[in-house]
Design a protein around this ligand. Structure first.
Ligand SMILES: *Cc1c(COP(=O)(O)O)cnc(C)c1O
Length: 355
């Protein structure tokens, strides 16, 4: 593949949204990155073009058989005008794992990071700087070949779009109410749960909608087979602090291996906090709760970073965690990770990429 990225700048730049009212994923910048794949040519024609709708054949395979994967990361602008990306190599590695599982051709992670940097540089004035805000980067790949035969597509498009986003919780960190889902299943071992595939979200929406109607912000998924072991939450991995030890489900083939999850585990180990990656059942959590040992619960993911859980609802049981307040460790993790991501804290592990 030629590494030359063609650049076509917009002649009609858009108006920037009010940075105090961004919410999540509603506004998009002036440009996007696209490259094409053809089975005979590989990935080719990398280009940055004005943000615009794309045109696809109605028979494009993504619409019928769902070959679609994505990634998500955030870029921050420092006071000195530098841009920071947080561990983008991890996202590229995961994208290729997702590609592999869905029969999508591998991408060159280093090249894509370079392309993302070039795109962000062009739309740098869109990076919001208010506390808690950032530029969300959404790479994704779709199968574009017009064909109704069931097999992997011979053509794909890789696209990166950028969206200025607000703090996930406008009022600062706010503990959320979560419903433990006992009937629907998100993913099962051997399936595509470990891939960041669009279809996993399609599978999760119905239970999410029901939970929303009942006043919960997310669902906590249990394993598909026994409906016993904790998996993850919506778009977040989950952690429990029980009697001083932090426990998170092990990577098992059906949960997504989060970059934030890995960062939290690394930080906790550095701080000398006992942390275990293992199977953990909902009964174990409930027992710990009854004994007053369930100290903190929090979700981890790029969008919210750390999301404290104030209430867990499981069948007829309601568990109030830490009196509905943010736990000390949850707050410390949030402050540390956002501090690293935004460049306000020193970065001894070289997690951030600066440009
Ligand atoms: C993206 C995602 C996560 C969180 O991963 P991060 O890399 O931390 O953003 C967790 N679970 C699911 C299902 C996801 O799609």
């Amino acid at each position: 593949m030629s590494d030359e990225i063609k650049i076509q700048l917009t002649t009609t730049p858009g108006n920037k949204p009010d940075s105090s009212n961004l919410s999540f994923g509603k506004y998009f910048t002036d440009h996007m990155f696209i490259m094409d794949y053809h089975i005979d040519k590989g990935w080719h024609d990398p280009r940055i073009v004005p943000y615009a709708p794309i045109s696809l054949d109605p028979a494009a395979m993504v619409f019928h058989y769902g070959q679609a994967v994505f990634e998500g990361m955030k870029a921050y602008l420092t006071d000195s005008g530098k841009v920071l990306l947080f561990r983008p190599d991890k996202n590229m590695k995961r994208l290729n794992q997702s590609n592999d599982r869905l029969g999508i051709p591998e991408i060159d992670g280093d090249f894509v990071i370079q392309a993302i940097k070039t795109l962000i540089e062009i739309d740098k004035s869109w990076i919001p700087t208010e506390k808690g805000t950032s530029l969300y980067v959404r790479p994704f790949i779709i199968a574009t070949e017009p064909c109704l035969g069931v097999r992997s597509s011979y053509t794909y498009q890789f696209i990166v779009i950028l969206s200025p986003v607000g703090a996930y919780y406008s009022g600062g960190l706010e503990p959320v109410k979560i419903n433990v889902e006992s009937s629907y299943t998100r993913a099962v071992r051997g399936g595509i749960g470990y891939a960041k595939a669009a279809g996993n979200y399609a599978a999760s929406i119905k239970a999410q909608e029901i939970a929303k109607k009942e006043g919960f912000s997310q669902v906590l998924w249990l394993d598909a087979i026994e409906k016993k072991y904790i998996e993850e939450v919506g778009s977040m991995n989950i952690f429990f602090k029980i009697g001083g030890t932090v426990i998170t489900p092990e990577i098992n083939g059906s949960i997504l291996e989060g970059v934030t999850r890995d960062s939290v585990i690394t930080l906790l180990k550095d701080w000398g906090v006992p942390v275990e990656e293992r199977k953990i059942s909902i009964e174990e959590i409930y027992e710990a709760y009854k004994q007053g040992q369930l100290e903190e619960v929090f979700g981890t993911g790029t969008a919210a970073v750390i999301s404290p859980v104030g209430e867990l609802h499981w069948n007829e049981h309601t568990m109030h965690v830490n009196e509905g307040k943010i736990g000390e460790l949850s707050q410390k993790l949030y402050d540390t990770i956002t501090g690293l991501q935004s460049g306000s804290l020193p970065d001894p592990r070289n997690w951030t990429v600066t440009f």
